[in-house]
Every structure is written in structure tokens, then in C-alpha cells.
Ligand binder design. Structure first.
Ligand SMILES: NC(=O)C1=CN([C@@H]2O[C@H](COP(=O)(O)OP(=O)(O)OC[C@H]3O[C@@H](n4cnc5c(N)ncnc54)[C@H](OP(=O)(O)O)[C@@H]3O)[C@@H](O)[C@H]2O)C=CC1
Ligand SMILES: O=C(O)[C@@H]1CCC=N1
Length: 263
């Protein structure tokens, strides 16, 4: 399978790094990035063809992955349309750009897929959701994204919410990591020790969560020794309405998905 990856920015580079790390032969990937200096740097770093010309990059591709900003998706699809292979599958990673918008810009015979993934693609731990028109065979695309993490098939109506929790989701955890690190350092902890301990705490807690069949709330209770430190922390979080704040943040992200200029 030959893959074109168009617009290698923050997310595109994470996907590229993850795919290469998964053993996908670099010769199977044609990428584009702007400006030309960035394209050259990426080509050196990953050993793949990286240019700036999107129509050339897609000419041989079976699968075209679009990782440009939402506002750039429409013009990009119009530019590559005439160069696409007759049965190419075009996968857009852009937040908020509906399948219908993708399909109307693509030539007949090509397949549009909307995907939402995240920055953990770099570590091959991405959470990806795929949506496509009913009856679309997504097996090959699912296999491709399984290389960089876990993939589910979703109804398109869920994609803005999925964008909030899976696409933007890592930022919620980095926010938590930043707040905890600042609290630790402000309290006198060595910054390097704080980073090591908080990184490992998050990693260990997430692995435990993933391994467990129990809901997060049950795992949380097991840490909270009656009358102990965790209870004090949880009471403080409740007093500050943190649950409500997180729900509001998810809702704000999902709502923005529907308002993005490429939508
Ligand atoms: N960042 C993330 O974690 C996630 C992002 N996404 C989606 O991924 C997409 C990219 O986001 P992100 O990586 O954050 O954004 P970036 O701005 O980091 O990356 C987009 C890249 O595309 C380049 N670009 C723009 N137009 C073209 C073009 N016509 N041809 C080739 N390259 C082009 C940009 O170059 P230049 O800056 O020079 O214009 C930039 O390097 C967005 O649609 C976003 O919704 C989805 C999930 C997670
Ligand atoms: O912030 C954004 O719009 C993109 C989509 C999900 C994560 N980053």
C-alpha cells in the first residue's frame, strides 16, 4: 500500500513517526510539508520522500492522509483531485470537516474517510476513530491506524465529541501534569525529580486503567484511604467543581468542532 501524507505539521509528524516506527517501509510513504526547509528536514529525519507539491505526492498513492489545518482542506482536495488514483482512499484528520464536504471535493470513485487521532501516534499509542459512508470497507484503513494505536469505527455524528476527548484529550492530561509539576516545584521539589515522578505516575495510572475492567471511579476509590490524603485532595477538587469544569471543557471543544472554518 502506497501512502501520501499531506501537511506534516505537529499531528502529521506524530503520525509519520509512528508509522515508520511500526515498520512501515519508508519507500511506501510520500509526504508533503511547508515550507521547503521543513520538508527537507523531515526527509532527513525519517528517510521518506518529503516535498511541497501535493499533486505529485498523491499520484501513486492508494491512501492519502490529509493533516493540514481545517481551513486548508477544501483547497487542498481541489488541487489534488485530478491527480488522485481512480480508487484512492482519502483520509482527513482535520477536526470538524464533515464527510459530505470531503466527498463533494473528490472525484467519483474515490472514497472519503474522516479520522480523528491524536499526538500519541508518535508513541504508537494513539486513540483513533474512523467514520465513512455506510457500507464503506474500512479494513485496510483500520489496519493502517492500528499500527499507531487503537482504532474504532464511529458514526460521524460522534466525531466532534470524539475530537474533544480523543483528539484534544492529551492536552487535558498535559494540563494536569503541568499543574501538578508547578505545585510540586513551588513546594520545593527538585524540578527533574518532579518531572520523573509525575510522568511515571501518569504512565502507571493510565496503564493500570487500561488493564482494569473497572470504571475509573472504582479505581479512584481504592486509592482514597478513609480519612487520608487522597480524600482531602478529592474534596478540594469537588469544592472547586473540577468535574463540572472538565465536562464544560469537553463540551467547548466539541462545539468548536462544528464551528471550524473548514466545516
Ligand atoms: N495537533 C493535534 O494533536 C491534532 C490535530 N488534528 C488535526 O490535524 C490537522 C493539523 O493540525 P496540527 O498538526 O496541529 O497543525 P499544524 O499547523 O502543526 O500542521 C499543519 C501543517 O500543514 C502545513 N500545510 C498547510 N497547508 C498545506 C498545503 N497546502 N500543503 C502542504 N502542507 C500544508 C502547515 O504548514 P504552514 O504552517 O507553513 O502553513 C503545517 O505545517 C488539523 O486539521 C487538526 O484539526 C487532529 C487531531 C489532533
Ligand atoms: O485543537 C485542535 O483543533 C486539534 C484537533 C484536536 C486536537 N487538536
Amino acid at each position: 500500500m502506497d501512502i501520501a501524507l499531506l501537511g506534516v505539521g505537529h499531528l502529521g509528524e506524530a503520525v509519520l513517526a509512528g508509522l515508520i516506527d511500526s515498520g512501515l517501509p519508508p519507500a511506501q510513504i510520500w509526504a508533503t510539508a511547508l515550507p521547503a526547509e521543513r520538508a527537507a528536514r523531515l526527509a532527513d529525519a525519517y528517510g521518506v520522500e518529503v516535498g511541497t507539491d501535493n499533486p505529485s505526492a498523491v499520484a501513486e498513492a492508494d491512501v492519502v492522509i490529509i493533516a493540514v489545518p481545517p481551513v486548508a482542506v477544501g483547497p487542498l482536495l481541489s488541487a489534488i483531485g485530478p491527480s488522485l488514483a481512480p480508487e484512492a482512499v482519502v483520509v482527513s484528520l482535520a477536526a470538524g470537516v464533515p464527510l459530505a464536504r470531503l466527498a463533494e471535493r473528490l472525484p467519483p470513485g474515490t472514497t472519503a474517510v474522516r479520522a480523528m487521532t491524536n499526538i500519541a501516534a508518535r508513541a504508537r499509542r494513539a486513540a483513533t476513530a474512523l467514520a465513512a459512508a455506510e457500507g464503506t470497507d474500512l479494513t485496510e484503513i483500520e489496519d493502517l491506524f492500528d499500527r499507531i494505536g487503537v482504532t474504532v469505527i464511529a458514526d460521524e455524528s460522534m466525531m466532534d465529541l470524539i475530537t474533544a476527548v480523543a483528539g484534544s484529550g492529551p492536552a487535558f492530561l498535559y494540563y494536569l501534569a503541568d499543574s501538578m509539576t508547578n505545585a510540586a516545584v513551588d513546594g520545593g521539589m527538585d524540578p527533574v525529580d518532579a518531572r520523573v515522578l509525575i510522568d511515571q505516575m501518569l504512565l502507571g495510572a493510565c496503564l493500570h486503567l487500561q488493564d482494569s475492567d473497572e470504571p475509573p471511579a472504582a479505581l479512584l476509590e481504592r486509592i482514597a484511604t478513609p480519612g487520608g490524603t487522597t480524600e482531602a485532595a478529592l474534596a478540594s477538587l469537588d469544592e472547586s467543581n473540577v468535574d463540572e469544569a472538565i465536562r464544560a471543557a469537553v463540551a467547548a471543544a466539541a462545539e468548536r468542532g462544528g464551528e471550524l472554518p473548514g466545516a
